[in-house]
Design a protein around this ligand. Structure first.
Ligand SMILES: *[C@@H]1O[C@H](CO)[C@@H](O)[C@H](O)[C@H]1NC(C)=O
Ligand SMILES: *[C@@H]1O[C@H](CO)[C@@H](O)[C@H](O)[C@H]1NC(C)=O
Length: 369
């Protein structure tokens, strides 16, 4: 396990000390027990009665009750890797899944998890969106480092620490650096693992703000549905420019094999982003042979800074894509939330007059996923 929990351990140790009072506490308890024994056996009834009526019995009862929170405060199984990553993942997914085994997943590193950073705006969007708050019950935040995991546990219910042998994903990852690529590919492999467990998912980058529930808007016949930087208008057009930051994937044998193939294809395309490899393989005859049904999602519903949704009455999500630099991303995500609040506050007849004020701090060029 990569992420021992300093917070939980500290809390548990403190509780332990309070309850037992350390070794001294044990000695005191033993002495109390001996006294009680003597009181019951050797002393006259009156004295026993008096003794019981006062403190010691009460103290013992209270101590017994206090032992329960101590056990709850101890590190839980998902902090201490008792039964391996696989079982831990299963348990977290199960806890967050909708009735039909669908989860919402995002991956997080330390730089994006800090207060005032991307994670805060992401979670805020679910709370200000139209019926999106309850979707938080189905969101699993997958942390790529210890700091992000600790932060997740402070602000969210479903957190999973992804173990990644020897790679530090904690810093701000700029587009196309080696660390960024490793992080992206680890994500593809992880998503394959989730599909193999039988869970369908909506994967969302954390720099995407959610305003409406996307589920009713997915194609009923699509296995793999992905958002686009630019949408040609045709969901079946392979020349659409997909963006791996948002995808809805049903768990079935076709999608599992598709993810396997996609991950393996990185070796044939060294130095390429998962998105570029996807573009390279989307026309591969093997993908057609697999029979995985690919659909491209409209930017009208799933927009971004590359191509903002033009209709705020329909938009589900907005992505801070086409934007380099954490500070710029944060500024434009903030602006999107402001635009949304302005839209929600207006009476119905005036809503059509509101449109996005973004991009403000980010460039419109296709630069970043
Ligand atoms: C799961 O349930 C949601 C909400 O009812 C629905 O929109 C979605 O299509 C379902 N997914 C699958 C894989 O059946
Ligand atoms: C935006 O979407 C709403 C709801 O679907 C629709 O009534 C309206 O005509 C759309 N506006 C534009 C400009 O397309």
């Amino acid at each position: 396990m990569a992420a021992p929990q300093p917070l939980a351990v500290t809390r548990a140790a403190t509780t332990e000390q309070q309850e037992t009072g350390g070794a001294g506490g044990v000695r005191t308890r033993r002495a109390v027990r001996v006294l009680l024994f003597l009181a019951a056996v050797a002393l006259p009834c009156l004295v026993v009665y008096h003794y019981r009526a006062v403190a010691p019995a009460d103290v013992l009862v209270r101590r017994g009750a206090a032992a329960v929170p101590s056990r709850l405060g101890a590190p839980r199984d998902d902090d201490v890797d008792l039964d391996g990553e696989d079982a831990r993942l299963e348990r977290v997914l199960r806890g967050a899944a909708m009735a039909n085994d669908t989860v919402i997943l995002t991956t997080l590193n330390a730089a994006w998890s800090e207060p005032g950073s991307v994670l805060e705006l992401f979670l805020e969007s679910f709370r200000t969106g139209d019926s999106t708050r309850e979707l938080l019950d189905h969101l699993v935040i997958v942390s790529l480092d210890t700091a992000a995991h600790a932060r997740c546990k402070l602000v969210h219910r479903h957190c999973f620490a992804l173990v990644t042998g020897g790679v530090d994903f904690s810093g701000q990852k700029n587009f196309m650096t080696d660390g960024y690529l490793k992080m992206m590919w680890r994500r593809i492999d992880f998503l394959r693992q989730v599909l193999e467990k039988g869970f369908s998912f909506i994967f969302t980058d954390t720099d995407i703000v959610w305003f409406r529930n996307p589920l009713p808007h997915f194609y009923p016949d699509g296995d793999f549905q992905i958002a686009c930087d630019h949408f040609t208008g045709d969901p079946d057009d392979l020349s659409n420019a997909p963006n791996g930051g948002f995808a809805y994937v049903r768990s079935n044998t076709e999608t599992i094999e598709f993810y396997r193939f996609w991950y393996a294809a990185r070796e044939k395309h060294p130095g390429l982003h998962d998105q570029d490899v996807l573009n390279a393989i989307k026309r591969d005859p093997y993908v057609a042979e697999l029979g995985v049904k690919v659909k491209f999602l409209s930017t009208e519903l799933f927009g971004g800074l590359c191509e903002p949704s033009r209709n705020m009455s329909r938009v589900c999500t907005m992505h801070a894509n086409c934007c380099i630099g954490l500070r710029r991303k944060i500024s434009d995500l903030n602006a999107m939330l402001q635009d949304w609040r302005r839209f929600m506050a207006l009476p119905r007849h005036y809503k059509h007059s509101v449109s996005w004020t973004v991009p403000r701090h980010c460039s419109l060029q296709k630069l970043e996923g």
